[in-house]
Design a protein. Structure first.
Length: 307
């Protein structure tokens, strides 16, 4: 089943009110303020709360650095956040940060490292019940799939689906946004994993189609343009595996219409995977227009914008 042509285009409707490049200054200032407060005397409870907030802020800055294609800075921020989470003694927060580290490593092409972080977080999440307990195994699935281990990838996807039966939102989930995980993201991550596996082509089409449909409504609270773009890219890859080039072009077209201000690192990498899928399938001649569009799109990522 193909997504309906009437689906909302990517990047329309609900979106951040300000570009990431405008928000960075405020985020850094908030982190500086929190560090300054931590240097003062406070009660143990106040210290715990400040370390919790500093960990979250540093985690958000790690995500921002990742979006700007700077995995080194992203990992530095994430490690700072982990230290603060330890001081806050919050397992849900520790697990969430391992998920962030897994995501950064995955998109940096360090797949074994992505699996290691995801599995370390899964062990921590065993004592918590937030939605990160779903995020971590499905993150491991992506890493395993990229490494070509279909058995462990499929097992991790099943573990993520089963984890939904035990979820109880925690303090991290209450923050919303990227601090919580949801069903559409589960579909997207599973589709992203399956897109790596030639022997799971039918499942890849199924999950990526469901993910595209799950992100069709930009007014849904779970909607996110980055995950929507990734879902469309995964559907394109799945269709290429089925040698449906026309369907792949249809799937990825909305992504290629995103403005440079939304071309974050994950989207650029997802589209580059579509390019690689076309050439690996031996469709470079028939798909030369698509390849050119992708090359034009990826030549102007968010990190190339003036700041």
């Amino acid at each position: 089943m193909k997504p309906q042509r009437g689906d909302a285009p990517l990047g329309k409707g609900k979106r951040p009110s300000r570009p990431l490049t405008e928000l960075l200054g405020d985020m850094v200032e908030t982190q500086d303020t929190l560090f300054a407060l931590l240097e003062r005397r406070q009660t143990p409870q106040q210290a715990r709360q400040l370390h919790f907030l500093t960990a979250v802020t540093s985690g958000l800055l790690a995500k921002a650095s990742h979006d700007l294609a700077d995995p080194h800075a992203a990992m530095l921020q994430a490690r700072t956040a982990v230290l603060c989470a330890d001081q806050a003694d919050h397992n849900g927060l520790r697990a969430w940060l391992r998920g962030l580290q897994s995501m950064v490593a995955y998109w940096a092409g360090r797949y074994a490292e992505a699996v290691r972080y995801a599995e370390a977080g899964t062990n921590i999440a065993a004592s918590a019940a937030g939605t990160t307990s779903v995020w971590l195994p499905v993150s491991a699935a992506r890493g395993y799939a990229a490494l070509g281990n279909s058995t462990k990838a499929l097992s991790a996807i099943r573990a993520a689906e089963e984890a939904w039966n035990r979820v109880e939102p925690d303090e991290v989930d209450e923050l919303g946004g990227i601090c919580t995980f949801n069903q559409p993201r589960t579909l997207y991550y599973a589709a992203d994993a399956l897109a790596w596996l030639p022997d799971a082509a039918d499942q890849a089409v199924d999950f990526s189609t469901r993910a595209v449909n799950a992100y069709a409504n930009p007014n849904d609270p779970a909607w996110a343009f980055g995950d929507q773009a990734g879902s469309h890219s995964d559907l394109a890859i799945a269709r290429i595996a089925a040698r449906d080039l026309e369907g792949a072009v249809e799937a990825v077209r909305p992504v290629l219409e995103l403005p440079p201000s939304q071309r974050i690192n994950g989207i650029i990498n997802s589209v580059q995977r579509v390019h690689q899928a076309v050439t690996r399938a031996g469709l470079a001649v028939e798909g030369r227009d698509l390849l050119q569009q992708i090359e034009d799109f990826t030549s102007t990522p968010l990190k190339a914008l003036p700041r």
